[in-house]
Design a protein around this ligand. Structure first.
Ligand SMILES: [Zn+2]
Ligand SMILES: [Zn+2]
Length: 370
């Protein structure tokens, strides 16, 4: 964190608060405030961030941002919205929520959509140095409610609106000075799942659009973005734990019918790839590599050859040179059996040659499995 960052202190405070709540969850707490309770509930609900919550202590000093989203800020916004609901202030929030639940939104997605009115207000206040405008905020919340109640009527009104008309939200301002940059408003019950960029590909945006809040495949993609973020902050241990977390999630997921294997195979491959980049984790990834080999069909020569090479590289890393030789030789045989092209053979020769020349087996790696 830069010493000149004026928000560093606040960010740190928020991060420490969340870290403490997460570490002591499940323990009885006499001093628990309603905000604590709501924060913890929001943290639990965002499964994709569990591997991050586990590591908040370790990534202190970072401004955690995952795929363009600040998870800590996101939790704070959840709490603010829940507090507004609990206190009925402003009452429009509760009314809009009711309409959204009737329209098929889950509570969580409804909160996400309503929170756009709050973040819009915060950003207006901060970037234009305007005072917080309770009327404007309530008008926007009402506008969301209106859009959800009757999407057709609402989008027709948006199309008709001209820049100098009174704003659709009813704030009394001109449209061009109020919500014009805030529309169109996506008021379908389904669009508020975030696919966080930056991780591996587990599903398409189209899949995520129609997925449930707790869909494991969407969760896996977002968790892999968390793992990549932890890795980029230098918390390799945290990143590796995130992949282990994903293994458990993948075991719960229904196998998909993608040709490259199901979600579990994808996670295992992520683990292997991570260890190939970070040899200290090779010993932990050997099992994943072996499972992948056992599950791979003999028909797919290219995949099988790559898996053999990955396995051989990992064996080299952990100092099992004899077994690595055997695995490289097996990869060579596999590559030869592909008559159509010699691309595979070249790949094998490249990788085997590279390890022979460049890589000295790591001795004494004793990284324990978690
Ligand atoms: Zn949320
Ligand atoms: Zn407006």
């Amino acid at each position: 964190m830069a010493p000149s960052d004026p928000f560093a202190l606040y960010r740190k405070a928020g991060q420490q608060w969340l870290a403490r709540l997460w570490q002591t969850r499940g323990e009885p707490r006499e001093d628990e405030t309603p905000e604590d309770h709501q924060l913890l509930a929001a943290m639990r609900e965002h499964h994709e961030f569990h591997p991050l919550w586990d590591r908040l202590e370790q990534v202190q000093g970072r401004a955690p941002e995952v795929g363009g989203m600040n998870p800590i800020l996101h939790m704070m916004i959840h709490v603010t919205m829940e507090t507004q609901l609990d206190t009925g202030s402003p009452p429009e929030v509760g009314e809009a929520l009711e309409q959204m639940l009737q329209a098929g939104f889950t509570h969580h997605r409804a909160i996400h959509l309503l929170a756009t009115a709050l973040t819009q207000e915060i950003s207006t206040v901060l970037s234009h140095q305007q005072p917080y405008d309770a009327v404007r905020y309530r008008s926007r919340v009402q506008m969301i409610g209106r859009g959800v109640r009757d999407p057709q009527e609402f989008s027709a009104a948006v199309r008709r609106a001209r820049r100098n008309d009174p704003c659709l939200c009813g704030s009394g301002r001109k449209f061009k000075h109020c919500c014009i940059n805030y529309l169109p408003l996506d008021v379908r019950p389904t669009p508020w799942i975030n696919l966080l960029p930056g991780g591996s590909l587990y599903c398409t945006p189209a899949y995520a659009e129609s997925a449930a809040d707790d869909d494991p495949i969407v969760c896996l993609q977002n968790m892999s973005a968390v793992a990549a973020a932890l890795e980029s902050w230098g918390d390799l241990e945290g990143a590796f734990r995130a992949y282990r977390y994903m293994e458990d999630v993948a075991k719960e997921a229904r196998p998909s019918r993608t040709p490259s294997g199901g979600p579990l195979e994808n996670v295992l491959q992520d683990i292997v790839d991570f260890a190939l980049n970070h040899p200290a984790f090779a010993v932990n990834a050997l099992e994943a590599s072996e499972i992948l080999l056992a599950r791979c069909s003999d028909d797919d020569l290219a995949i099988r050859t790559t898996l053999e090479l990955d396995h051989a590289d990992l064996l080299t890393y952990v100092g099992r040179a004899g077994e690595a030789e055997v695995a490289y030789a097996r990869a060579t045989e596999l590559a030869k059996s592909d008559q159509s092209t010699n691309e595979l053979q070249e790949m094998v020769a490249d990788r085997w040659g590279f390890w022979n020349d460049e890589i000295k087996p790591l001795s004494g790696t004793s990284h324990e499995r978690h």
